[in-house]
Design a protein around this ligand. Structure first.
Ligand SMILES: [Zn+2]
Length: 75
């Protein structure tokens, strides 16, 4: 028997919404280290960006998962 092939999972990045392939694990949250950093540090900036678009009656390109959870969670 040869080496075991790792299963590839198609996951969606929690930060940018991009679909990416993850080998061997489906527990990844981000497509790149960049997105991981941004999701941790840029939340406020992202929220401001989204609010500005909403005020212009424009739909934000992508709503970060944390923001979506916040908006859709029960009070
Ligand atoms: Zn990403």
């Amino acid at each position: 028997m040869g080496k075991t092939n790792k299963k590839a999972y198609i996951l969606q990045c929690e930060y940018c919404g991009k679909k990416y392939k993850s080998l061997g694990t489906k527990n990844r949250k981000y497509c790149s280290h960049d997105c991981y950093i941004r999701d941790r540090l840029w939340r406020e900036e992202d929220a401001v960006k989204n609010v500005k678009m909403i005020l212009k009656r424009e739909k934000p390109k992508y709503i970060q998962k944390w923001l979506k959870n916040l908006l859709l969670s029960k009070v």
